[in-house]
Design a protein around this ligand. Structure first.
Ligand code: DGY
Length: 443
């Protein structure tokens, strides 16, 4: 690049960072950052971890506070919930009254949803710590470490009581990729369901064609209704959950979070044997249960049906972020999935990395929530994983696409992979935060 090009892109990037910082400021409530002002006016678990990573570059104290607010809602049993309502209810549905988690055994200190989301907080704390490596960052790591450990203990105790090495989720929303096509089969298996009465509020700010379909939403609500009738009791819920899936994405994020938790433990002088046990058990279960040699990718395992969910989505690539795939498996994922224009690579019906579902899937829908659109957090996770495995050109290509998408369509919730046009909610916090990270990190 010439000097002129360099200063050109520097000015462009500075403008993007400024716009991103404005979104994060606008969405800040004083206690936490809303994912987006209209559509998601409360605090979401994995959103806050992504947001903290971006905030770390521009306002570290706010990053710490974002995570403090999240962890203050930790349940007595160790679970860190997926939605928190620190300011009470709003017109967002499900409301706290719908979840009915108040008074649940081992339950929350404030109003929250009844289950969790992929853990990324140890990873975020490690980044914040290593970026600064000063006394304040060390003190923050020391402050939150016990909560992070308790959350992972809860995951293994409540969601893998049989010691398989893999965590099972009880609801598609726990995966963070709420409406993914990989949950279509286990949801269809529920058949006709009787959901408790409810009134959907998610189609005021986002077009219905970009949100989940009515039948799926019914099943989401039906599952919540079942678990709340069991008063969110871990043992009963796990034993009777009609939806129980060992999700590749969830387990990849758990694995990476535990790798990062282990680094924190070492730096803080805490014991690591328990974490090593989790990592070893998960690594062998990824190979044994989730990897499919003939297909050359990882599939979710439907615990209730006792079989793999043979659907290729962005989840299949997340073991690259985890660092749990050996070099051979990583190479197959990159060559035969990521770089195949019939599946994930640009060409054959898409222009940008990375559709959230393989274009070859019969369920692929380029504008519907988690059924095909591009998400910035998935691109960011993948870039990080590819770099670790040494796929630097592929990581750089996804980074370029990600920046171009934002320049073209702004900081929205997701993007149509055919032309990069905006979908979902506007002014989306993690898109802003993660773009800041991509532009400000040392490459
Ligand atoms: C929603 O309301 O769709 C949220 O994604 C739930 O987490």
């Amino acid at each position: 690049m010439s000097e002129i090009d360099d200063s050109d892109s520097e000015a462009r990037y500075d403008r993007l960072i400024e716009r991103a910082a404005t979104i994060l400021a606008d969405n800040h409530t004083g206690l936490f950052t809303k994912p987006s002002a209209g559509q998601y006016p409360h605090q979401w678990n994995w959103d806050s971890a992504f947001i903290a990573v971006g905030l770390g570059h521009i306002d570290r104290r706010r990053a710490f506070d974002e995570l403090r607010t999240l962890l203050r809602a930790q349940w007595a049993n160790g679970m860190v919930p997926h939605i928190l309502y620190p300011h009470g209810a709003s017109n967002y549905f499900p409301t706290p009254e719908f979840w009915q988690t108040r008074g649940a055994p081992g339950g929350p200190p404030i109003e929250t949803s009844g289950f969790t989301q992929p853990p990324l907080v140890a990873s975020a704390v490690r980044r914040l710590y290593e970026r600064a490596d000063d006394e304040e960052a060390a003190a923050f790591a020391r402050e939150v470490y016990p909560s992070l450990l308790a959350w992972h203990r809860w995951l293994h105790g409540a969601r893998d009581p049989d010691g398989t090495g893999l965590i099972a989720i009880i609801h598609p929303w726990e995966s963070g990729t709420d409406n993914s096509t990989r949950f279509a089969a286990p949801l269809e298996r529920l058949g006709e369901v009787a959901a408790p009465p409810y009134s959907r509020q998610d189609q005021h700010f986002v077009k219905p064609g970009e949100r989940p379909e009515a039948g799926d939403y019914d099943r989401f609500m039906y599952l919540i209704g079942r678990y709340r009738a069991q008063r969110w009791d871990d043992e009963t819920v796990y034993r009777e959950a009609p939806f129980l899936v060992q999700d590749v994405l969830f387990n990849s994020l758990v694995y990476r979070d535990e790798r990062d938790l282990r680094v924190l433990a070492e730096r803080l002088g805490e014991p690591v044997a328990e974490i090593d046990g989790w990592l070893a058990a998960a690594a062998s279960a990824f190979d044994r249960r989730l990897w499919h040699e003939s297909a050359g990718l990882y599939y979710d395992w439907d615990v209730r049906a006792g079989r793999a969910i043979e659907e290729s989505t962005c989840a299949a690539l997340m073991p690259l972020y985890a660092g749990v795939a050996d070099a051979d498996k990583a190479g197959r994922l990159v060559r035969h999935q990521l770089l195949d224009p019939g599946r994930y690579a640009p060409g054959e019906g898409s222009r940008y990395f990375l559709p959230s579902v393989s274009k070859s899937s019969p369920y692929f829908e380029p504008r519907r929530y988690w059924r095909g659109p591009i998400w910035l957090n998935i691109n960011w996770l993948l870039i990080s994983g590819l770099r670790e495995y040494g796929y630097l050109e592929e990581a750089a290509a996804i980074r370029r696409d990600t920046i171009e998408l934002v320049e073209r369509s702004g900081f929205v919730e997701y993007y149509d992979p055919r032309d990069g046009s905006p979908c979902g909610a506007a002014g989306f916090s993690w898109s802003a935060a993660l773009l800041i990270d991509l532009l400000m990190e040392k490459n």
